[in-house]
Design a protein around this ligand. Structure first.
Ligand code: FAD
Length: 359
């Protein structure tokens, strides 16, 4: 027998990472009732699953969500654990109504709003904000005969540390920040080959998340004013030269080759017909939005996204999406970048539900 978790709410936020907290910060300033439903066992969102040595690519002051600055990191860029601590304290500071672990499996249309299902429980709300990120939906491209390969394969979402690969022949596939940072680490203990579809794009040593966010802000402003601006090449997906990647450059490790043709049982076959033995493939090939819980609403398009105007679904007027990357707002998949769209989302919801307290 399913049972309702409570009386109908104004809003349900699905997901409890940085994006959800930023939305909750603004919702808390309205009179609207809401709850955060998060699949994790504890605060921190995807950061709980980052590898041990993962660090932000911006300083703490440039990695804060609204209302409370991230405390300075003891040295250099904040570590993964520093971010988790921050998000944990942030949640406590604002006493958000969070229920976890709660994995939402579907969202159903009602005449009065939307019904959010999780196991045998449900929550009714006038609007839903999906903030489930991408980390739980890793992407691995298909290569012919992958099923033949007898070696180990894992995605960067499940990589923890290099020691597990000591003495092995390791392919690191993917030319973004994950690929560069994992290659830098694994190449110290294993024989590595870096496979990237095109030549990797390294940002200048003095360009980190701050500069990228400033560029994203300038681009957004120009877009809003109908101006075209030319900016130096490079954006959020390009490789930030964090210290471990600079160190790897000094060891001349940052050389990449173009993709292999197919797998073999022992390894891979290259375009020239030669073969290499491989023990492990680490896929640093990115993520796709984790939107499976929205399937029943019929709003997911062929690219695995939802058509939005800003963050507002164009097909389901009671649905907003926050924090998924450029398609839900410039730099929205970053700590500092998500504030803009969290604020605009809550402004729209408050207007839609007739709450004027944020104004
Ligand atoms: P997440 O952090 O993924 O949180 C989503 C939450 O929703 C999770 O708790 C998840 O369990 C939950 N969830 C998912 N599905 C459901 C469901 N069906 N029901 C209930 N809950 C659900 N960003 C920066 O700002 N600075 C950086 O330096 C930086 N470096 C990065 C380095 C790497 C290698 C990677 C991969 C990302 C990096 N990012 C960085 C991006 C950042 O980590 C993510 O964009 C961020 O975690 C997104 O936050 P989010 O809250 O949108 O999603």
């Amino acid at each position: 027998m399913t049972h309702s978790a409570s009386t109908p709410l104004d809003a349900v936020i699905i997901g409890g990472g940085q994006s959800a907290l930023a939305v909750a910060y603004f919702l808390r300033r309205t009179q609207l009732s809401f709850v955060i439903l998060d699949a994790e066992e504890a605060p921190g969102g995807a950061w709980r699953h980052g590898w041990n040595s993962l660090r932000l690519f911006s300083p703490a002051t440039w990695s804060s969500i609204p209302g409370w600055m991230m405390p300075p990191a003891p040295e250099g860029y904040p570590t993964r654990n520093h971010v988790i601590d921050y998000l944990n304290h942030y949640e406590q500071r604002y006493q958000f109504p969070v229920q976890r672990p709660v994995r939402v499996v579907s969202v159903e249309r009602l005449a009065s709003g939307l019904r959010v299902h999780a196991g045998d429980r449900y929550w009714d709300a006038k609007v839903v904000i999906s903030a489930t990120g991408t980390w739980s939906n890793p992407f691995i491209p298909h290569y012919p005969d992958a099923e033949l390969f007898a070696g180990r394969q894992l995605h960067s979402a499940h990589y923890v540390e290099a020691q597990a690969f000591a003495g092995k022949k390791v392919l690191v596939v993917g030319g973004g920040n994950s690929g560069a940072q994992i290659l830098a680490e694994v190449s110290k203990v294993a024989q590595t080959t870096w496979v990237t579809p095109t030549e990797p794009m390294f940002l200048p040593d003095d360009v980190d998340g701050r500069v990228l966010f400033e560029r994203a802000t300038q681009r957004l402003k120009a877009q809003q004013e109908g101006r075209v601006i030319d900016q130096p090449v490079g954006g959020l997906g390009d490789i930030v030269m964090v210290p471990p990647v600079i160190e790897a450059r000094g060891r001349e490790v940052l050389k990449s080759v173009r993709p292999f043709e197919r797998f073999t049982r022992e390894g891979v076959r290259w375009a020239d017909g030669s073969e290499s033995a491989v023990d492990v493939v680490i896929w640093c090939t990115g993520f796709r939005p984790a939107l499976q819980h929205l399937e029943a609403l019929g709003v997911i398009n062929t690219e695995g996204r939802v058509e939005v105007e800003g963050t507002h679904s164009t097909q389901e007027p009671r649905l907003w999406l926050v924090g998924y990357g450029e398609w839900t707002g410039s730099a929205s998949a970053t700590l500092i970048g998500v504030t803009r769209t969290a604020r605009s989302t809550v402004n729209e919801i408050a207007a839609c539900l007739g709450d004027s307290s944020m104004a």
